[in-house]
Design a protein around this ligand. Sequence first.
Ligand code: GLN
Length: 190
Amino acid sequence: MAPHVGVLAIQGSFQKHIESLVRAGHPADQIHEIRTPEDLSQVRRLIIPGGESTTVGLLMQYTGLDQAIIERAHQGMPIWGTCMGMIMLARQVENREQFSLNLLNITVRRNAFGAQVHSFETQLTVAGLVDPIEAVFIRAPIVTKHGPEVQVLATFNDHIVAVQQDKILGTSFHPELTSDTQLHKYFLNL
Ligand code: GLN
């Protein structure tokens, strides 16, 4: 039986991740929207989607999901953060005091490519995937510093845009907005 997967559903583009997981072959009745620590206890993996990191940080702390996620991560639960999700997983957000989970030893710069109008799509080679993927960047962050335990999976114009530390994965871009399911399958196999 496939292990139950959760998608953080407080705010942001969680529905698209659910659709991608289904396209990747994961049974729909084993995909759960996560809003509370109780929801989290039902799943064995977690995706934190794109959205707005200040808002989600506040809501995570309000619901107690922050401590629940940190505890499960320390027990080895795989987590994947896309865009805002990667910001939430970071140790530090550059140039500001902002809550984050400190589960990836990285520093991120928010909105590193400029404003919403500077959103773009590009082909990207990602370590561990067979084919290049179509990567959608929407007010995306980049990784500006990382510890030696962090593996760089992809760069774009010399900026680090995908990283992995053990079973924690972070991508600056949105694979759930394309039909490509390679990264979702990669995550489900971690
Ligand atoms: N710019 C957003 C933030 O900093 C992230 C954007 C996204 O998740 N698409 O929170």
